[in-house]
Design a protein around this ligand. Sequence first.
Ligand SMILES: NC(=O)c1ccc[n+]([C@@H]2O[C@H](COP(=O)([O-])OP(=O)(O)OC[C@H]3O[C@@H](n4cnc5c(N)ncnc54)[C@H](O)[C@@H]3O)[C@@H](O)[C@H]2O)c1
Length: 362
Amino acid sequence: MGEIRVALAGLGNCASALIQGVHYYRNARADEDVPGLMHVDFGGYFPRDLKFVAAFEVNRNKIGHDIAEAMWVKPNCAPIFAPDVPRTGVEVMPGPILDGVAPHMRDSFFTYDESEIQPVDVTEELRKAKADLLINYLPVGSEAGARMYAQAALDAGIGFINAMPEFIVSDPNSPHEKEFLRKGLPCAGDDVKSQLGATILHRVLTQLFDQRGLVVLNTYQLNIGGDTDFENMQVEARLKSKRISKTAAVTSCVDYELPTKIGPSDYVPFLENNKVCYITMRAKSFGDQQIDLFLKLSVQDSTNSAGVIIDVARAVKIALDRGIGGELSSISSYSFKHPRYQIDDFEGRKRVDQFIEGKRER
Ligand SMILES: NC(=O)c1ccc[n+]([C@@H]2O[C@H](COP(=O)([O-])OP(=O)(O)OC[C@H]3O[C@@H](n4cnc5c(N)ncnc54)[C@H](O)[C@@H]3O)[C@@H](O)[C@H]2O)c1
């Protein structure tokens, strides 16, 4: 079917896991059961078809280095499961900093000095690289940065994937999404939902309680981690959209008001990329009796999202091949915490397969 030319805004842990995964699964064959992948063959595209053709960063120790070298540079701490990723021949470029770097993150991100390094013109570089799509992996709270990269994708005439919680694809009033639709360019988002993370687990449990006639009286989901994603999220002002995204993903599963406390809870440096989640659900069951559920989930955060994005990139490429523009509903509902349409996750999977077969337009 050909290659999928991917550009990356932010070469942090999620990008590292994605690049490693594409190499790790390079020999995956459709007629084999491949543990870890949700789709081996996705409409004729395989994980190995993703090719990384551009990357934008603010970390001075990553800029100017081959993508396959820069992805190991600190503060990245994603698990190393494919240490032999070959050089890409593509050097990491300085992207405009904007609000991508919160004041407390300047040192942690080894942010370049703007008096010494000039950012590139992102649109021009996307065109030069002949990218098919751009993945936005900017830190939570990058309101302006996320929109700048979305606009650059639009101006370069390519697809866009929004992996972080700025409501660019899901908001029906988003001027960017309207423009993607008008230009016939596909986009998917917002805020990637991990393969088996806190969100999907909490959603499925909430649906289960509901279907079994239980009323959830109260629930919380506390998340701790030790990477820069969690370090960045220590500042409450940057967290508004993340809290909305994670909370709405759960409260949308029932048709009554659900009291919740859901969100990133603390930064624990020694955990590095290991994210630990605690979910508690208190419900009323038959005869008004109380049921309490206590759950602890421990994952590597970056690898948990990478396989999902491999599917999303292939969906966006199929939409490009078919000339479909605007928000891609099926893959967005299935793969993101804050899609435009929150639907049952098992139904979401069905819709993605219908999209692949061409039985569903978007
Ligand atoms: N499972 C998951 O890991 C998961 C799930 C949902 C959402 N997300 C979101 O995905 C995003 C990426 O997560 P991550 O773990 O890779 O974070 P990270 O901190 O490892 O990476 C972010 C990268 O962006 C770079 N950056 C900052 N400003 C920039 C700019 N203006 N231009 C280019 N690069 C810039 C930083 O230097 C850093 O390398 C975060 O917003 C996170 O919340 C991740």
